[in-house]
Design a protein around this ligand. Structure first.
Ligand code: TRP
Length: 447
């Protein structure tokens, strides 16, 4: 007899899943990561390869995660275990869930520190310094351990509060407010940039591919970015899939979420680069792009205080709706097993991630010389272990499981009726294209 697990309840209406999954996907990865990666990788060619990766690897794996999650209705660990057992495979597939939850906690620990800097910047943009340049300002922000820890704590507390309120009351309600607000603010930013920035130059930069600058590295970085941006490989989407209503169509929904995620990344590029170009700032200035370059742009433009404040509110909202999906899989596991109530499970995991985050906060200042793994400080080590080892491994295993091991009837039950050609294409991508491509990122990153 299988043990009865605690049920989490389902989301009402089809928009809640779409908003929650889009909320998870759209985050620092889109608004801070995508523009700077496109900037450092030469623009158009990177964007094109990124789009191919979304369609060929991202969407097929997203469909697979939702199928597993919804069929089981449980956290990723139990969803993998049950689905594997029901397909006459080994219950060891649950290890995919474990590695995902581990990756989620590691990502959450540093995500919260960076998102804390975004919260801090709401106030910095609202009350700009008269004396500091924007790069000195950024330097001052990251030089102070107490400042970073304070904002890291505030951000983690917000994440904890939403997740502990539960699926329907917390996450479901929150994203209904957060996501439309995000869309509204972003479109406002693009319109502003269209009239006040170098818009034509931006269009050329982002959409006219120059293949002379493409290397193997560009390809790998675009694939990694696609993966991270869609929240794949760790069970965020699988956990949310567990709450998706049974009558909602998996394949069209995945396309909707992936399109919205891609749209936001593009809008972020269209909002950021015109301002970068009009002030003659460098598009390839790296991870500091948002914090240093945008702030100096806001400081110079008319109404910059108001627009800048809006911008960092937007970034913090996007980060918050992603961080809750990093916390949810672990919380769902602990609470469905009956180990802890949802509230205490959320408290335990967020406290743990918060403590790990101290290492990241200090890696900007006191511990900047300390290497946790060879050649990498604390932040870079966390990022490396989670994003470059655990996520690709998780995504590849999910693709292999659904492509080669999961019972076909269970799959078709979840997929429901779709065009047979689309179904065959998806099968082909999930069996061959996705595992082989992800394996090659994984191997080349390890080497
Ligand atoms: N996708 C989010 C972003 O772009 C981050 C994120 C949330 C994530 N959940 C995830 C990344 C799961 C990988 C796996 O910022």
């Amino acid at each position: 007899m299988e043990k009865k697990l605690k049920s989490h309840g389902a989301w009402i209406g089809k928009w809640t899943f779409i908003l929650a999954a889009t909320g998870s996907a759209v985050g620092l990865g889109n608004i801070w990561g995508f523009p700077y990666k496109a900037g450092t990788n030469g623009g158009g060619a990177f964007v094109l390869i990124y789009l191919l990766c979304i369609v060929m690897i991202g969407v097929p794996i997203m469909i697979s995660e939702i199928i597993i999650g919804r069929r089981a209705g449980n956290s990723p660990i139990n969803a993998m275990k049950r689905t594997a057992l029901d397909s006459n495979s080994s219950s060891l597939w649950r290890l995919v869930g474990w590695s995902g939850i581990t990756a989620g906690v590691l990502i959450l620990s540093f995500y919260s520190v960076i998102a804390g800097i975004c919260l801090n910047y709401i106030f910095i943009a609202a009350f700009p310094s008269e004396v500091l340049t924007s790069s000195d300002q950024f330097g001052a922000v990251i030089a102070s351990p107490l400042n970073l820890l304070f904002w890291h704590t505030v951000f983690m507390l917000l994440t904890f509060l939403i997740v502990s309120a539960g699926v329907k009351n917390g996450i479901g309600r929150m994203v209904k407010i957060l996501m439309p607000m995000l869309g509204f603010l972003l479109i406002f930013m693009v319109i502003y940039a269209m009239f006040n920035g170098a818009f034509v130059r931006t269009l050329e930069f982002l959409f006219a591919p120059d293949f002379s600058s493409v290397t193997a590295e560009t390809f790998l970085s675009a694939m990694g970015q696609a993966f991270f941006s869609l929240s794949l490989g760790m069970g965020s989407i699988m956990a949310y899939g567990a709450y998706m209503p049974k009558d909602q169509k998996v394949v069209p929904t995945s396309f909707t979420v992936a399109s919205l995620d891609t749209l936001v990344a593009m809008l972020a590029g269209l909002a950021i680069f015109p301002i970068i170009f009009v002030f003659n700032l460098e598009p390839n200035s790296g991870p500091g792009l948002v914090f240093v370059s945008m702030l100096s742009a806001f400081n110079q433009m008319q109404f910059g205080q108001i627009i800048g404040t809006f911008f960092f509110i937007l970034l913090s909202i996007a980060a918050l709706s992603s961080s809750i999906s990093l916390l949810e899989p672990g919380v769902a596991y602990l609470s469905e097993e009956g180990f802890l109530s949802r509230k205490y499970a959320a408290l335990a995991i967020s406290l743990f991630a918060w403590s790990l985050g101290i290492g990241t906060a200090l890696s900007f200042n006191l511990l900047s010389e300390f290497n946790l793994t060879p050649g990498r400080n604390f932040l870079d080590s966390m990022d490396f272990i989670a994003n470059q080892i655990l996520l690709p491994l998780g995504g590849m295993m999910i693709a292999i499981f659904v492509g080669w091991f999961m019972n076909k009837e269970l799959i078709t039950n979840e997929v429901g009726y779709i065009n047979p050609i689309i179904y065959k294409l998806w099968r082909f991508f999930i069996k061959y294209i996705a595992p082989i491509s992800v394996a090659s990122i994984f191997i080349s990153q390890i080497l």
